[in-house]
Structure formats: C-alpha cells, structure tokens
Write a protein that binds this ligand. Structure first.
Ligand code: PLP
Length: 430
C-alpha cells in the first residue's frame, strides 16, 4: 500500500469513519488523556516517527512487546529470512520447537509449552486446563490485574475483601463471571479468607506477579511465596500471568526474580519479537492434559506462526547475552531516581515504581500497594503531564494505568532527554 502525505488530524478523521473509535484496541484512542493519537509511520531504536515526521522517544514500545526497541537488525533479518520461505504452513516447523526449548530453558517451571496467537487466548486456555486438572470451577484473581478480555475475567472491582464477579462489560452474562473471585493485591488476609470460604471449589489463583496494568505495583516481600504455599496446601493451581513480566524483569521472568515456581505460566508480548503471540506452559504432567495428548481441547490455525517463532527466538538470543537485564535495571533505576528528584524539587508528590525496564509514575503522596490505591492517584494530573511530555517529544503511555517500558535501545542520551522534559513539564503542573 502506498500512502500520500497526510496529517495526523486527517488520518484520525478517516480512521474514525471505518474503525470503531478510530482504533483496534481502546487504550490507543487517548481517551484517558484527551486529544487524539498520532499515527505511527516508522520506528528505529527508542524512537518513533508519526506521519507528519515528528519524532517521539517511545516509552510504550508496543505495550512492552518491543524490549529491543524498534527494528532490531538481527530480529528483522531473521524474520525476513523466515518470510522468504513462506508465511504459514499448517504443519510443524522446527522453529516452534526452537522457541519452546528456549522458553523452557529460561523458565524451568515451563517444561512444555503451547503457543497461541494472543495473551488473552493463552489465559483462557490456561484456565481451562486448570479447571480440567482440578475438577473445580472457581478462579481467584486480584483487583487491578488485567488478563486479557475473556468473559470470565471481565469483572468489576469491588471494595469488599473478596468480591464475587459482577460483569464489568456489557455483553458478558453474569453466569460467566460468577465463578470469578477478586481480592485486593498484596493482601494475604483476603486471600486466606477467600481460600477458607471457597478453597475446595478453587481451580486456580491467577496472578500477575507484578501488577503492570494499573500502573506498576510490585509484590510485597513474601507475598508470592505465601501464595505458593497457600495454593499448594489447598491443591489449587498457581498461575502466573507473565505476559508483561516474562523476559522483561529478568530472563526467567518474575518467577525467576522472586524465586517462586507457579504451576502454569502465561507468556506473550516480548516472546513474539513484535508479532502476535501468546503461550502457556507448565509441567509435562499438567500439559499432557491438552489435546492431542489429553482431553482438554485447544487449537489455533496460525498458532506457532513461523515468522513469529523466528522473530521471538532471535529476540531471546539477544536478550540472553550477559548484562542485558543489568543494563535495563540500571537504566530503569536512573529514570526512577530522576523522576522522583524533579518531582520533589517541583513539590509535586510522585510515587515511582520500577522493576528492571518496567516502571510507572503515580501522582500521589500515598503508598500504592493495591488496585484501589492506584485508582486513588491523580489521573487528571497524569493527563496534563502526558500531554506536556508529548509536546516535548516523549511518548508515555496514554493512560495513568499502563506501565512505561524501557527498551535496550534507551540509552544515556534518551534518559537525559526524558528527564529534561520531565523537569520542565512537572514544574508546569505544580
Ligand atoms: C497484554 C496482556 C494480556 C493480553 O494479551 P493480548 O495479547 O493483548 O491478548 C494478558 N495479560 C497481561 C498481564 C497483559 O499485560
């Protein structure tokens, strides 16, 4: 397709005619921050250009998928070679095994892997497997977590200790959410109460080991370990949704970082090298319940897509080189310190949470340990901050509840550029 020169405004008008709300995923619409999105034209490293030729330093990085930044040459080359052999074959390829092996070696709890086409699909399949393995129906999840848009998980966050699922979206019949129980993150008492009450009906506890879809909220010390203990004692499967944290906070994901081994793991984003992907995996004993080995049906026409497999594999080759995660952690920490320092100077209260190249900023003086506390931060101030940063060419997530993603292409220069903009913008919103 060839495009004539266009403005963002013209693209946005046209998009709204033919695409619902002008987008294919709601958060891209900038509703949470006001204004209209810009239309991407190309990316390189830590930067993104729009159709008008404006350059942005990109902290969205396709919602965390682009941990190497835009167009890493080795990944592009591998994907192009794969494309040269064909797009899809519908029969096994060696590349599926290669990526699965790489994942299994990095994440020891995943002895076997099944690839699917999105994180949502992987979560849905993981829950089906957990229900089959335990013969139980209920799911425990945490307020503030996001696990994709499957019906059973689109539940409203309540303020009680354990909320039974009420649909958070029209079109979800209540009977599909009534087996979903939601408790506050980092609240072991609430988990214990829910297990007391529903223990023998619970198939799984589903957790983002670090909340990363309500801003970033790390687990309190010992929280994940306690979840592991409590689930094991009650024969409940522990599922870590590491779609964001997998290969992001450490090569072995959050489970490697915190040394807690779940029964099932969900992956996505980073492992696709910029192409659509999801994956779930666990011990051979569990995974053999999946078809064709076992009775749990799950399939996908384009699952394990050859180009995705190769791009994912090439991405992991680069990520596993020594020093990668130390550099991401260093960069993330410097960024966090700078953001806090300037916030203090401007007397604007900020809380910054960061684990490796995953970070977010809350405009609040209070501690942020739960979804409820995250929603208590000042979203309007974030919107003003976002627009100020965007005016200075820094593209932050267009919502106060999304994480910032630092890629390996974000270097000292990019950090300096960010903190200079931050200093100016935060003074303006004091
Ligand atoms: C993005 C995300 C998903 C959903 O993945 P999709 O590929 O968008 O379907 C699931 N869980 C978490 C933690 C995510 O961040």
């Amino acid at each position: 397709m060839r495009f004539v020169k266009a403005t963002n405004d013209a693209c946005w008008r046209e998009a709204q005619r033919y695409l619902v709300g002008g987008v294919n995923s709601p958060v891209r619409s900038f509703r949470a921050v006001g204004g209209r999105p810009f239309f991407a034209d190309r990316g390189a490293g830590a930067y993104l250009w729009d159709v008008e030729g404006n350059r942005y330093l990109d902290y969205v990085c396709s919602w965390g998928a682009l941990i190497l930044g835009h167009r890493p040459p080795a990944v592009l080359k591998a994907a192009e070679e794969a494309l040269g052999r064909g797009t899809t074959f519908g029969t096994p390829t060696r590349w599926e095994t290669a990526l699965a092996k790489e994942v299994a070696q990095a994440v020891p709890s995943m002895e076997q892997v099944r690839f699917v086409s999105s994180g949502t699909e992987a979560v849905m399949s993981g829950i089906r497997l957990a229900r089959a393995a335990t013969g139980r129906r209920k799911i425990l999840k945490f307020d503030g977590a996001y696990h994709g848009h499957l019906d059973a998980l689109l539940t409203q966050a309540g303020s009680g200790m354990a909320t039974l699922g009420v649909p958070a979206s029209e079109g979800v019949p209540p009977h599909l959410t009534q087996d979903t129980i939601t408790v506050p993150f980092n609240d072991l008492k609430a988990v214990a109460q829910a297990i007391d009450r529903y223990g023998r009906e619970l198939a799984c506890v589903l957790a983002e080991p670090i909340l990363a879809n309500i801003g970033v909220i790390p687990p309190a010390p010992g929280f994940l370990r306690a979840l592991r203990r409590m689930t094991r004692q009650n024969r409940i499967l522990l599922i870590f949704d590491e779609v964001i944290t997998g290969f992001r906070v450490a090569y072995g994901g959050a489970q490697g970082l915190y040394q807690v081994r779940p029964d099932l793991t969900i992956l996505g984003k980073v492992i696709g090298g910029g192409f659509p992907i999801g994956a779930y995996g666990g011990s051979r004993r569990l995974m053999r319940l999946i078809a064709p080995s076992g009775p749990v049906y799950q399939a996908g026409t384009l699952a394990g897509h050859p180009v995705t497999m190769v791009a994912g594999w090439a991405t992991l080759q680069l990520l596993k080189r020594p020093g990668t995660y130390e550099r991401l952690e260093h960069r993330g920490r410097e960024l966090r310190r700078g953001l806090i320092r300037e916030g203090r100077r401007a007397r604007v209260p900020v809380k910054v949470h960061q684990v490796g190249g995953l970070l977010s900023l809350f405009f609040t003086e209070e501690e942020v340990r739960t979804g409820l506390e995250a929603r208590g931060a000042d979203s309007r101030r974030y919107a003003r901050y976002f627009r100020g940063m965007l005016d200075r060419g820094i593209y932050l997530p267009p919502s106060p509840f999304e994480g910032w993603f630092v890629s390996t292409a974000h270097g000292a220069r990019e950090l300096k550029e960010t903190l200079e903009a931050h200093e100016a913008v935060i003074e303006g919103i004091a």
